[in-house]
Design a protein around this ligand. Structure first.
Ligand code: FEO
Length: 406
């Protein structure tokens, strides 16, 4: 990979991470993720956001820096928009290589530099409106944007070159290869990053939707020429493309959402699956689109992304040992944590010896404030009468999601 020039004074460094490791220890990244850092050159040199020591990222960082004639020891200022270790895990070693660097972050960020990395000197806490003068008419200013996606986060703004460095905000999963700018990717590739962007948003940022909206309002006051996140594409041709997407995703919290249904199902011996087939026919006959995920076979990361955007949720799962099917309990807990609230919902499922899932399910979804159709449960294999009822409930759910359908 090579360094990319954003302007005469601003460069993007990035490392593509391809690993079986889970992002945040939870989320799969089968298509990788990029860790982007930025170099801003005035008379002094600043780097914005660092990397974690992960799949050779520090070596990649140093090699790309060297390609513009710089070494780690030449960096005067390290600006940390966000302290999560995917952007800072290499900080202790970086500081050892360059003991004279000054580290800038919000006050909460500086606390984290101390607690994560035990660094006590060369620290400067900054707040909204503070300016770092690099000399040569190059200045960086800071805008606090708490909770995008942890409490210490901020944006950094280069007014002269109109570049906004946003760290996690406006980022996505997906590695970049040797390209980094939006105008270097074709339509199909943009579709891929859009899908990985939604998954990233739903997995990483969704709990903080209100704060995303506030951050977008702050960013909207700037005359942005380039959005430079620390994961994913750098947006220069259509700088606000991802800002608009994030605005839409943040809007899913209160609605409107996509008139779609996320179908999440699990089945032990096929009886719940048979009932689901009838409910799906009902949805299909109304014509509402749906996505479908079997758990635990499919990771919750994708289940969450589709649930997050959809107005409707169909849960199909049997009773297991008098209670909810265990993988579905995990899914429901993630949907609650990530604020998948106020959906139109239906739960169906079979039981063998005795029921029990119905009651526990009701308790689990109580904090989600779903508008639920009456559950359909049946003993053993579904009868013709049950299949007919399930077909009808599928239709009812589809009509609740999109009342304009005939
Ligand atoms: Fe990319 Fe919240 O770290």
């Amino acid at each position: 990979m090579r360094i990319h020039k954003i302007s005469e004074r601003v460069y993007a460094i990035h490392a593509d991470i391809k690993s079986d490791d889970l992002f945040e220890g939870i989320w799969p990244i089968p298509y990788g993720v990029s860790l982007n850092s930025y170099v801003v050159k005035g008379e002094k040199i600043a780097v914005i956001d660092l990397v974690r020591d992960w799949v050779g990222a520090p070596a990649e960082f140093s090699a790309q820096l060297a390609s513009i004639g710089l070494e780690v020891k030449d960096i005067d200022y390290l600006v940390l928009n966000h302290l999560e270790p995917d952007h800072t895990g290499w900080l202790a070693e970086f500081k050892t290589l360059n003991p004279h660097v000054e580290i800038l972050a919000t006050a909460k960020g500086i606390d984290l530099v101390k607690s994560f990395y035990k660094i006590e000197d060369g620290l400067r806490a900054v707040k909204t409106g503070d300016v770092l003068d690099l000399g040569g008419d190059v200045k960086l200013s800071f805008i606090e944007t708490p909770n995008v996606h942890w409490p210490e986060t901020m944006l950094t703004w280069d007014e002269r070159d109109r570049v906004l460095f946003t760290c996690d905000a406006f980022g996505s999963f997906g590695s970049l290869g040797d390209r980094i700018f939006d105008d270097e990717f074709n339509d199909e590739e943009h579709k891929f990053f859009e899908s990985e962007g939604l998954r990233y948003y739903a997995n990483i940022v969704a709990s903080f939707g209100v704060f995303v909206t506030r951050a977008i309002e702050k960013a909207a006051r700037l005359d942005i020429g380039v959005i430079a996140p620390s994961h994913g594409i750098v947006w220069r041709q259509d700088p606000c493309h991802m800002v608009k997407k994030y605005s839409k995703y943040a809007g899913y919290l209160e609605g409107p959402r996509e008139k779609e249904i996320a179908v999440i199902w699990g089945s032990m011996y096929g009886n719940t699956e048979k009932g689901l087939t009838a409910a799906l026919r009902g949805i299909e006959d109304v014509g509402v689109p749906y996505t479908i995920h079997r758990v635990p076979n499919e990771d919750v990361s994708w289940v969450l992304a589709d649930s997050y955007k959809s107005e409707g949720i169909l849960i199909a799962m049997p009773t297991y040992e008098y209670r909810v099917f265990p993988p579905m309990a995990y899914v429901l807990s993630i949907l609650e944590r990530k604020h998948v609230f106020n959906r139109k919902a239906l739960r169906i499922g079979s039981y063998g010896w005795v029921g029990g899932a119905k009651k526990e399910y009701e308790n689990l979804i109580a904090p989600l404030h779903w508008e639920s159709l009456e559950q359909v449960e049946w003993a053993g294999a579904p009868s013709e009468e049950t299949l007919s009822l399930l077909y009808q409930r599928g239709r009812e759910l589809a009509k609740a999601v999109d009342p304009d359908r005939p």
